[in-house]
Design a protein around this ligand. Sequence first.
Ligand code: PAF
Length: 281
Amino acid sequence: MKIIGSIPEVKAILRPLQAQGLRIGLVPTMGALHAGHLSLVREAKKHAEVIVASIFVNPKQFGPSEDLTRYPRDLEGDAKKLEGEGVGVLFAPAAEVMYPEGHQTGVSIGRVSRGLCGDHRPGHFDGVATVVLELFSIVRPDVAVFGEKDFQQLAVLRALARDLHLDVRIAGAPLVREADGLAMSSRNVYLSPDDRTRALSISAGLFAAKTAYDAGERAAETLLGLVRGHLSASGLVPEYLELRRFEDLAPLDRADAPSVLLTAVRVGSTRLIDNLILRRP
Ligand code: PAF
């Protein structure tokens, strides 16, 4: 696996492969890789012959009081994991490479970036869309894979690709959980043992709602009430907890159409997000 920090170098490697007709799959990440990220690589391999992963902790998607400086970083460990999955190129640029002096262009995302995480992280999705568009310009992937864990982000990036007529297929990959139900996240390392136990109420609440849905319950109020009950038993109050339509994230009162329960919860100093898709088998 080649580890590259320079844009001309990554282009010089990829363009001849593209000219030969090889399909490129891109897996953009911020590093601190876990099994969820590696499942994105496996998904990319279904659609492409050459897999490019990127690791870049993107300053433009962090608010001033967020965790940019303490975000976990382990380039060496990440590189080993990616190599083990058959990734051909790891693009790991410095901030000055992606945002050199004079960089002044950004993407602004509309409706889909409002509500949910968008209301609590102003500018976050514009920052995500800007860096992903840069990565797309550099790599020119045929397919790019993102996790459904960041469900709203996936909707934002689908809108980016559709609205700007990008020749890239955006593929989603299912959220991956720890054996005890906690959604995998690079931020889980911040949790104290006590926080981690309390955080289990998030997935437990979502699973309880899913059980009720499978038994025929469709009312948002009831489904959300089940999640809220588990959270409050652990002393947690969600930042948001909503039922939205799977297709386009429109707010829903009932889960008659395929839908998704989405939540963000602050556990100690750590903000966790989770979601669960509700649809008939
Ligand atoms: O999901 C992430 O890790 C990031 O938001 C992404 C898509 C790599 C953009 O920085």
